[in-house]
Unconditional design. Structure first.
Length: 143
């Protein structure tokens, strides 16, 4: 066994891969993950539509970090960084439940629609963005 490759690194990598695969299929018929581009005071997701109510779409920020564009069951839209503030695992969309919209599969931290930490070991919120449909693009602005 290679001592430079720890069990923890393996588990984090496996969880991130599985989480990204699951999230990528949420709400999108496209197999391509949208790439955010910096624009003015935020980011733009070109040629992207808001997901249907109760669904989320994975995307990638310009720095390569994962994000989730969502629409709650009630129609509230937004986006969050999908990087858990505890140890950097990829959070998953639950089902649009406003009380626990995002969950970390590694250590069970829970976050609401605004990225606020609700439970588990994470102590900081997820970065939260307003998401506005602008013709064929989505504009993201940090809140």
């Amino acid at each position: 066994m290679n001592s430079s490759f720890s069990r923890r690194a393996f588990l984090e990598g496996a969880a991130a891969t599985v989480g990204a695969a699951l999230i990528a299929g949420c709400g999108s018929g496209s197999s391509q993950t949208p790439q955010a581009k910096e624009s003015g005071q935020g980011y733009t997701l070109a040629n992207t539509q808001l997901p249907p109510n109760g669904e989320a779409i994975a995307f990638t920020f310009p720095n390569g970090k994962a994000g989730l564009l969502y629409r709650s069951k009630e129609g509230q839209s937004g986006a969050v960084s999908a990087v858990c503030t505890h140890q950097g695992c990829t959070v998953e969309w639950t089902d649009g439940n406003p009380q626990a919209a995002f969950s970390c599969p590694c250590h069970q931290s829970k976050f609401d629609l605004q990225g606020k930490q609700l439970g588990g070991p994470a102590k900081a919120p997820l970065a939260h963005y307003a998401a506005t449909q602008n013709n064929t693009d989505i504009e993201l602005k940090l809140l």
